[in-house]
Design a protein around this ligand. Sequence first.
Ligand code: NAP
Length: 278
Amino acid sequence: MERNIKLNNGVVMPRLGFGVYKVDSDQMLSVFNTAIASGYRAFDTAYFYFNETAIGEAIKASSVPREELFITTKLWNDHQGYDSTIEAFNASLERLGLDYLDLYLIHWPCPKDDLFIETYRAMEDLYKAGKIKAIGVCNFKQEHLEKLLSETEIVPVVNQIEYHPYFNQSELQSYCESKGIQITAWSPLMRGGELMTHEKLVAIGEKYHKTPAQVIIRWHLQSNRLVIPKSVTPSRIEENIKVFDFELSEDEMQQINNMNLNQRQFRDPSEVKIGDMK
Ligand SMILES: NC(=O)c1ccc[n+]([C@@H]2O[C@H](COP(=O)([O-])OP(=O)(O)OC[C@H]3O[C@@H](n4cnc5c(N)ncnc54)[C@H](OP(=O)(O)O)[C@@H]3O)[C@@H](O)[C@H]2O)c1
């Protein structure tokens, strides 16, 4: 499997990246360096993770050339709206210490506030001005995407959504793929926990000398999803990227698909409103 994918606007992005939600700023440098040494080149942060400055410092200290890195951040709910999006983007870029961003995403649609269209138009303008290589969304359901696609110009490259064996959003994935929108799985491991010792995943992994986490990550990749597992544990950071040397069979893929419980770990995006989360 190719390690990179070409997004709908021609930009190339690693299929497997590194999520930094809940990575404390004082851990960031060592976590980032371990991730780089293990082979990660894509990093997924957000205003709301309050660690953009720390990751910016780690990028600056790194010897990896900027053009080899793929940096994603996200526009927070409270900053939705045209002018506030431009302002929030510039502030994020400054905290990151970058002069361009690879990917900028709307963090939640907040449909009840009805501001995501003008928010996205601001992102389109930043994209056209060359400040962002690609723009996209997170947590958009089909109805939100239908509205976005009918009222804006640029098709999002990515929809980053909750996706793991207990919450399989294959219908939304099919819809997105029909529009050229790539799915990225967030909380791809369901935040660790019970899946890490799940009997079925242990049994599949034993065949390949792989852990349940590696089996899940491989399942995402073989299902054409980008994936951004997070860990602050050096051995896990390394483990999670060692997934390009085995292949799950069709039957094993199906067994994992069948684990679906339609069980979200977080709120339904239709219900999330501006100001809800601080
Ligand atoms: N767009 C959105 O709304 C949204 C929402 C949530 C997350 N995200 C993004 O998605 C990224 C990943 O999601 P996530 O952080 O929620 O959850 P996750 O990646 O599914 O799980 C992370 C948890 O699993 C543990 N873990 C990692 N690798 C492991 C392994 N090999 N074996 C056992 N345990 C392991 C980690 O522990 P340790 O760290 O202690 O090793 C951590 O507690 C985030 O960092 C963020 O970038 C986006």
